[in-house]
Design a binder for this molecule. Structure first.
Ligand SMILES: [Zn+2]
Length: 131
């Protein structure tokens, strides 16, 4: 096991999920338990490709007070190629998004805390160009 600190860093920069070797299901975000296999769960970390397909989406026009974001922005329900379905912000023009659109995960800097020098990162999705 890696020290907790480094594990956290890794989760920020890679799309790490978990896989249940008992049933073959993949999970993202990572979980240490398979709800299908329960006590027969055999969990290991798995690096996800970051590629997925838009199942549905919504255009968000309101932003929380105090949060500086471009608006409107797109929030999409995305099925990762490995199976897990997640909701994420999709960085594209609202008129560009459509069901079945191919997307990929990227890591974006959200902000920086001037005094402490803390930098906040998060996962976002962008349109994917594939051959
Ligand atoms: Zn399982």
């Amino acid at each position: 096991m890696l020290p907790r600190f480094w594990r956290k860093i890794r989760y920020r920069y890679d799309l790490i999920g978990t896989r249940c070797n008992t049933c073959g299901r993949n999970y993202y975000p990572p979980r240490n338990f398979c709800p299908v296999c329960r006590r027969r769960s055999s969990i290991e970390e798995v690096q996800l490709s970051g590629y997925g397909t838009v199942l549905s989406y919504s255009i968000v026009h309101d932003t929380p007070v105090g949060l500086k974001m471009e608006k409107p922005y797109v929030v999409a329900l995305i099925q990762l190629d490995e199976g897990p379905i997640i909701t994420s912000q999709l960085a594209c023009e609202p008129e560009e998004v459509h069901d079945g659109m191919r997307v990929k995960a990227v890591f974006r800097k959200y902000g920086e805390d001037g005094e402490d020098g803390i930098i906040y990162y998060g996962t976002k999705f962008i349109p994917a160009e594939e051959a």
